[in-house]
Structure formats: C-alpha cells, structure tokens
Design a protein around this ligand. Sequence first.
Ligand SMILES: [Zn+2]
Length: 298
Amino acid sequence: MNIDSPVIFSPGNRPAINTARPGLPPWTIPAALADFTPMEPIRLFDQFYYVGTRSVGAYLVSTADGLVMIDTGWNETDCALFVAGMKQLGLNPRTIKLILLTHEHIDHYGGVPYLKDNVCPEAKVALSLLGWNYMMTRPIEAAFGEPRPKSIDIFLRDRDQITQGQTTFHVVATPGHTPGCMSFIIPVTENGEHHVVGLMGGVAVPLSWNEAFLYYSSIDYFMGFARRFRCDIGLGTHAAYLEEAMKAVRSRQPSELNPLIIGPQRFESEYLQRYRDQFYSTVNRLPAETVVVSALKK
Ligand SMILES: [Zn+2]
C-alpha cells in the first residue's frame, strides 16, 4: 500500500453519528467570521499580496514560475471576490500554479472547486494528508461543509520544502486548530531586502482539552522553525486584525519602514503570543479538569 494515498477504505461508510445533533442549536458562523466586508487588496511586500474580506483572506506569492495562492475563502462568491482583487493588483489569476491550503475548514478550502473549474484548472492543490483524510471522514456539515476540493495533488507533510519558481515554502505541521493544520514559512523581499514571513495556519482553539493542548504544543513547535529561519513578519489568514497595519503599509512614505516587519523578537513576543493568549482565553472557559493551566504561565 502506498501510504501517500488517501486512506478511504470504505467510502460512503461514514461514522454512524447523528449529525442533526438533537437539542443543540444549528451551527452558525462564529461572529468573528461573519463579517464579509471586503478588505482593500494590497501588495504587502515585493512579491507578496493579500486579498480577502474581514472574515478570511488569501495570500498570493508571485514566483519565477507563476503564482502561489494560500487559502481560497468560503465558496465561489468569496473566491470570485479574491480573484477580482488579484486583477485589481495586476496579478493574473490564470497563472496560479499552486494552491496551498492551511487546513481542512471550509473558509480555507471552499474556493478550490471554483478556481479549478473557472480560473486555473492546471493549478495543483496541496493539503496535508491528515487533513484530507479527516475531512473525508467528517460529515458534510458546519465548518467541514461543501464545496470541498474534488482531489488533492500534493499531500503536505511536516518539514516539506516546496519550491515554486525560485521560492521555497517551508511547511510545518501545527495540529490543534484542526488535526491537519499546516503552517508556512515563506521568504519575501521588501525593496529587495530579504525577510521571512511566518504564517500560522489556524487561529481559534478547539473547545476540548486534548486539542487545546495540541494547539499549544504547535505554537512552540512552530517557534523553533521561526527562530531557525528568523521569521520577522507574522501573518494570519484571518487578517481583519491587520487592517490598520495594512492601511499603514499603503500610506507610508517610501523612506518609512514597512510596519508589518516586526523583527524576530516581536515575532515571538507579539505574534506568537497572540496564539498563546487565544489558548488561555479558551481553556479558561472550558470545564475544569485536573490540569492546572496556571502552572504553564511563565
Ligand atoms: Zn479553521
């Protein structure tokens, strides 16, 4: 057996659970993700762009061999807006060669069928094998709804290095937000000078102790790679919180520094700390268990 193959031993034979969840209210989009106000498309660094809404967005990296797109939005409507944003930035969406998916949630993969059918049929789609298998096992509901990618071309693995053109994307497995969540380390330039983007794949902390601690461990694991590659820019796929910084990028004078370049120290003390803060604010709302969370605090 080829272990790179998706492990769907019994397609259609999904776990026998009651997806209607009687007695529970139907799943609705969390408030923070329900704001679909478009954000202004923007070039953040020499070859690095953002398109999206206040709910979720996508990054585009222009390489010597086409575009790499990171995440695709909720659905066709969302992704069509992203594509329009790309055109506004002077990017040709048909040149997307690679679509990197951070994880198996619909607000990240939902635009894939639209892109493959209408925009860039030749683009390869990449997701972790764990994420794909997990998604294919989950009932089609809530954050795992449709449209789903029809297939995956590249199954991402921890510490993969994926080169497109001359740009190498370092892949780091950061399970927790979802089992198959992947994060990326991406070299960029700003006025020709080398910088490194660290992009954590998932933000929200699951409401279970096991997954929450897995999430926490992934922050530390990612930090090891961030140190090694000297990440000095921290970005998220839910970029509404970066709106002010993006405005400052747009309005700055040529002589002014790009405010998104925060340096390796602040990458840890501010960017990664946001994820730790997410962990604490979530687990402090979970039912008490035997674990004493305060013991983790420094
Ligand atoms: Zn997610």
